[in-house]
Design a protein around this ligand. Sequence first.
Ligand SMILES: O=C(O)[C@@H](CO)OP(=O)(O)O
Length: 205
Amino acid sequence: MSGTLVLVRHGQSEWNLKNLFTGWRDVDLTEKGHGEAKAAGALLKARGTTFDIAFTSVLMRAQKTCQHILDAVGQGELKTERDLALNERDYGDLAGLNKDDARAKWGEEQVHIWRRSYDVQPPGGESLRDTGARVWPYYMHVIQPHVLRGETVLVAAHGNSLRALIMALDGLKPEEVVKLELGTGVPIVYRLNADSTVASKEILE
Ligand SMILES: O=C(O)[C@@H](CO)OP(=O)(O)O
């Protein structure tokens, strides 16, 4: 057995609340989102979790979630690395559009394909495969070495950047990742074996 990897999708954002495609737009958390992030931290604190390092994206909703969690476990000053590799999927031309308006314009099925398929790019944006092509190397080269040294690592990121990472960790097929949904502010705790395979996975709901 080696270390622990804790993945958390940011708390509810202003544009989650407004039902807008967000992608790389840098929107803030809502009051509820701040609360969700603090609650995630409280859950981890109750388990006695402390971290050796934290990783987040360059977007404030993930950074603030990360900080709330670290504050809750009493590690507000912990070293935190921010990288664009962990950003949300780039939603391209859909960013800023209302998801229901998009369904009315392009149809329910097309919008679902853009949102949840593995390899279909939304107009001007990234498919989940494209997102994985930046998330996975970053995980392999930067994050995983910490876990394999036995450390406990926090990754506070986004729905689709984490879906791409979980797809690889869990060995999901493209048709399986379509069904994978992540709740806001829900910690997912992986223990890894020394050979980097997953020893256990626990969703703290
Ligand atoms: O808008 C977005 O950036 C994402 C996450 O909120 O949306 P979806 O769940 O539709 O991929």
